[in-house]
Design a protein around this ligand. Structure first.
Ligand code: ADP
Ligand code: DP6
Ligand code: CO
Length: 325
């Protein structure tokens, strides 16, 4: 079988309640449930074509041929699911910096799950797409949906998948994303979180408090309590980064500029009385949750203080879909 090329687009998502640790590393079953906002501005387009003349999978990222074991492993899972043994040409374009803590693995594996499964002749439900995307990268399970999304941790392959919390958001919020450094992180999310699970003395405390944060933020979202949503988001991110500081060997993803922006966000909130809250993932880039109406005022203040950094505004985005190549 030679399939026709299938292209899927998936957007990145930024967790307000973080996933930071696995119970099962092969199946990617997380230690806790998480909740994210899908962003329109950052996304991945991936095209897959199965071709019986290929001796192996051929993967290009942004036009360059690269060897990527995670992609090969993922394609093996798709072949198993579809009952085929043909290799594929996979071409992916990231409209997001790769491996910089801006969730490229989330948009990447959500797009690949959709494109590869369809090209392999499967017609998966969104629940099954989420389960499949999860096997590539945990955060990718959430990029199947738009808006606010919860990844319910579950206990096994069948029960660990994301569900939409509010897919078409009628709430004018978004994130200002400050690109402090778009280079590749030194410690991947996968290695970072595993080090924490194995060595942080605070890990049980994290699980307890993040479970409480998830419950509170869902209520705050329902009540449209922006201040509450922001406070929980900021505090949950700082707890995740505190785990990294408490691991052995300890590590962190901050750069001096990340800390300067975090302090400035706190100042804008306290002195300028504009509600805004930061979150950081496994990288130095700072995302600032704010109301759409305040975005340009915050952007101006930040530009005046940190001229060398670009801040891009991202609105809530949609879930994964097929597009014309
Ligand atoms: P990020 O913060 O960008 O999600 P991670 O450490 O979680 O960083 O994941 C980065 C990994 O995701 C890369 O090393 C690569 O294996 C994979 N990845 C990124 N973009 C793509 C893509 N478009 N297609 C397939 N895999 C990708
Ligand atoms: C800090 O999903 O990238 O962004 O499952 O090992 O691929 P793997 O890790 P990944 O981890 C994301 C971690 C985070 C928090 C989050 O997105 O929930
Ligand atoms: Co990632």
């Amino acid at each position: 079988m030679n399939s026709s090329p299938i292209t899927a687009r998936a957007h990145t998502n930024i967790a307000l309640i973080k996933y930071w640790g696995k119970k099962d590393m092969d199946l990617i079953i997380p230690q806790n449930s998480s909740l994210s906002l899908t962003l329109d501005h950052f996304y991945t387009d991936t095209t897959v074509k199965f071709d019986k003349t290929l001796p192996r999978d051929v993967f290009t990222l942004n036009g360059h041929l690269v060897e990527n074991p995670k992609v090969n492993h993922f394609m093996d899972l798709v072949r198993k699911l579809a009952g085929i043994q043909i290799f594929a040409k996979i071409d992916s374009i990231n409209h997001v910096p790769s491996a910089a803590g801006l969730a490229s693995s989330a948009s990447a594996f959500a797009a690949l799950a959709a494109a590869a499964s369809k090209a392999a002749g499967l017609d998966l439900s969104r629940k099954d797409l989420s389960r499949l995307a999860r096997r590539g990268s945990g955060s990718a399970s959430r990029s199947i949906y738009g808006g606010f999304v919860e990844w319910c941790q579950g206990t096994d392959d069948q029960t660990s998948y994301a569900v939409p919390v509010e897919e078409k958001l009628d709430w004018p919020i978004g994130m200002l994303v400050g690109i402090v450094n778009s280079g590749q992180k030194k410690i991947s999310s996968r290695v970072g979180m595993q080090t924490v699970v194995e060595t942080s003395p605070y890990y049980q405390g994290w699980i307890q408090s993040t479970t409480a944060d998830l419950k509170s933020i869902k209520k705050a979202i329902q009540e449209r309590d922006f201040q509450k949503v922001g406070e929980i988001t900021e505090s949950n991110a700082l707890k995740m980064h505190a785990l990294n500081l408490s691991a052995q060997p300890h590590f962190n993803y901050f750069e001096p500029m990340s800390l300067a922006i975090m302090q400035e966000v706190e100042r804008i909130r306290e002195e300028e009385h504009i509600p805004c809250y930061y979150t950081l993932d496994a990288g130095p880039n700072v995302k600032i949750l704010c109301l759409q109406a305040d975005a340009s005022a915050i952007q101006q203040i930040l530009a005046s203080k940190f001229g060398q950094i670009t801040f891009e505004f991202a609105k809530p985005g949609e879930g994964v879909r097929f597009i014309e190549a």
